[in-house]
Design a protein around this ligand. Sequence first.
Ligand SMILES: *Cc1c(COP(=O)(O)O)cnc(C)c1O
Length: 226
Amino acid sequence: MGIIADNYKRLRDSIPPEVTIVVASKTRTPEEIEEVISAGATDIGENYVYPEAFNKYNLLREKGHSVRWHLIGHLQKNKINKALSIFDLIQTVESAVKAEHIDKRAEGIGKSIIPVLLEINSGREKAKTGFPPDCSIVEEAIKEIERLNHIRIKGLMTMGPIFGDPEDARPYFKTTGELFEELKGIEPLNARMEILSMGMSNSYQVAIEERSNMVRIGSLIFGGRT
Ligand SMILES: *Cc1c(COP(=O)(O)O)cnc(C)c1O
């Protein structure tokens, strides 16, 4: 076992078992991903649908690896069909309109259901997409998306502003965690608020303290990106 496997195992042992680790593997080779799968990783997150994620998915499938694939990068309209053919969870639905596009494509290719997370722009950053962390706005979007036959909302995802000191990210995680709880309490939403995806290599501990149950980790496992 190499250093990647060791890093994954150490991380896995250090956080609660109910927190899912999505291994963020953009720019990493299939061999690197195989090493982390051999160490027990069950969930792989990719940012670029085609060709990067598509090729890695097919290669690893051929080799018999069955893991769950998460789209954690922005989904372009012209990549929706390909995304539907490989991903188990699309974490980056940033508008009701995007959900409608996904629903239409799913219908077209005969895909019954695609689970999704709504992306929250928790820092209200101009350069980022996503719903503002505002309960009534997100609730309104959920009501629209719920009518679509091929989409199931499973929860929320946020990146939040990136800081050197993860404590600076806490307020954004806290806001998103509270939004998650608030939406859970609203009945009768057809959406199930089960997954709260937040926290990266330098911020996952703070994110877990603020209710995250899914962290997306890259550099802590693979080393820094070059
Ligand atoms: C790359 C990436 C991560 C992981 O970042 P690290 O700092 O390498 O852990 C998490 N989420 C998203 C959306 C990413 O693009």
